[in-house]
Design a protein around this ligand. Structure first.
Ligand code: PA5
Length: 433
């Protein structure tokens, strides 16, 4: 289970903040449970670990088996909430070096999360002579980056396997009814999976969005959902002592209120890097609006203690640290004077915590049961629930992302999309073209 240790942050916040904050947390909690707060139509993830579509879940498992049997690689096309969770879970539970390892399951390449032709060319090279399938993921079905990548890899598949053969190797995860991708998938006969209407992109890792790539990597998605379900049940408790999400959301809100504007998520496992990226999107997009919100940053310890460590210890006193601590996996390798690596790391963790707190950086430590499917499911749900609470404590809608649209509109105008003519002229003038 997740345990939230606030011992090293309480001296930084006015006490007794829990009693003062409890009524507001209760309101936020009720909004999540009843789906009647701002953006309430996007709170389908709250009960997802119990109410998910069991028939589709079996289809995901069957599709994963098929991909494992007919493909040496899976190309996962998606951006933001349509890829970070899957990548985070795969790297944590299989390895950041997953593709390099000897294994029974296909390599997984994540594309469509940027606009680099060099990156795409490299993936094409890696796929040379390789049987592969494609999972294209876009809730809206209109996002530029995955659309560009999908056109490219679809053509590659069609050249290699013919139109019919390609259609059997393309899996589309998108809206149930709407969007260009849904229309194309129906026309071409791709197997489709649904991003439920009531689940936004960054809360969608436990839908087909995350589950299909995760299952293809050989991860037990039933255990992942079971872990999330356990945390879902715990998070129904409407009291501080029983609900770890209340504890985390409450403490980080108080720190924000008292001047800590940056939250640094840290882990001592390099495999956590993309879970941290997922967390940054979750919190950044949910809280960062109306001139409010903690800025979510992440570091990898101990590597970053030798780079960012200086700033954290002695730079502007703007941040607090949240450290995710996994129960050791029991690899008791002796490295230094008969001491195991885990023992040395424990001393590094404790030493860092004491130094940073001494330097004015409050610390929240999140203890997990381990680094397996269940623990990961628990952690995902815990972060999602605390994020929903946090948004409501800040009095913003945690489920919209109006700011993401700004760059998209400019890009559409500059690309000459019909309907954007006036805007295009204004932008070109600003650019001096
Ligand atoms: O959280 C979100 O809504 C975004 O990050 C989306 O996931 C991202 O922009 C991709 O959108 P889509 O899945 O519609 O292509």
């Amino acid at each position: 289970m997740i345990r939230v240790d606030l011992n090293s942050c309480k001296s930084f916040i006015p006490l007794p903040y829990e009693a003062a904050l409890a009524p507001r947390l209760r309101i936020a909690h009720d909004h999540l449970q009843k789906g009647d707060g701002a953006g309430g139509e996007f709170t389908g993830w709250v009960r997802l670990p119990q109410d998910y579509d069991k028939e589709e879940f079996r289809r995901i498992q069957a599709a994963a088996k098929k991909i494992q049997s007919d493909s040496q690689a899976l190309v996962v096309i998606g951006i933001g909430g349509s890829y970070l969770g899957a990548r985070g879970v795969i790297e944590c539970l299989r390895s950041p070096n997953y593709n390099l390892k000897k294994k029974e399951t296909p390599n997984i390449y994540f594309v469509g999360n940027g606009l680099s032709s060099d990156y795409m060319s490299e993936i094409v090279e890696l796929l040379d002579g390789v049987d592969f399938s494609v999972n294209v993921i876009s809730k809206s079905g209109t996002t530029t980056e995955p659309a560009v990548a999908f056109r490219f890899f679809r053509e590659m598949l069609e050249k290699k396997y013919g139109a019919d053969g390609a259609a059997k190797r393309i899996y589309a995860t998108t809206d149930r009814h709407r969007g260009a991708l849904k229309a194309l998938a129906d026309a071409k006969g791709y197997e489709t999976f649904v991003v439920p209407d009531e689940v936004g992109g960054r809360y969608s890792v436990l839908t087909a969005v995350g589950l299909l790539p995760i299952a293809v990597a050989g991860i037990d998605i039933e255990a992942l959902m079971a872990g999330a379900r356990e945390m879902m049940d715990i998070c129904t408790a409407a009291e501080m002592d029983a609900n770890p999400a209340w504890q985390y959301a409450g403490a980080r809100y108080e720190m924000y209120r008292t001047g800590k504007k940056i939250e640094i998520l840290a882990a001592y496992e390099p495999c956590f890097r993309f879970m941290a990226e997922w967390w940054k999107q979750l919190y950044g997009e949910s809280e960062g609006k109306e001139g409010k919100g903690l800025f979510p940053a992440s570091v990898e310890f101990t590597a970053d203690l030798h780079s960012m460590g200086q700033y954290i210890q002695e730079g502007e006193r703007l941040m607090f640290e949240t450290v995710v601590k996994f129960a050791p996996r029991g690899q008791f390798l002796n490295f230094l004077a008969g001491k195991s690596m885990d023992f040395i790391r424990e001393q590094a963790m404790d030493g860092t915590l004491l130094a940073h707190v001494e330097g004015g950086v409050p610390n929240v430590t999140l203890y997990t049961d381990g680094l397996d499917e269940k623990a990961m499911g628990q952690l995902i749900y815990f972060f999602e629930y605390a994020c929903g609470l946090s948004g409501y404590l800040l009095d913003v809608n945690p489920f919209d992302q109006p700011g993401v649209e700004a760059y998209k509109k400019n890009m559409f105008a500059l690309l000459g999309k019909p309907g954007y003519e006036e805007m295009r002229a204004a932008l070109l003038a600003k650019l001096g073209r």
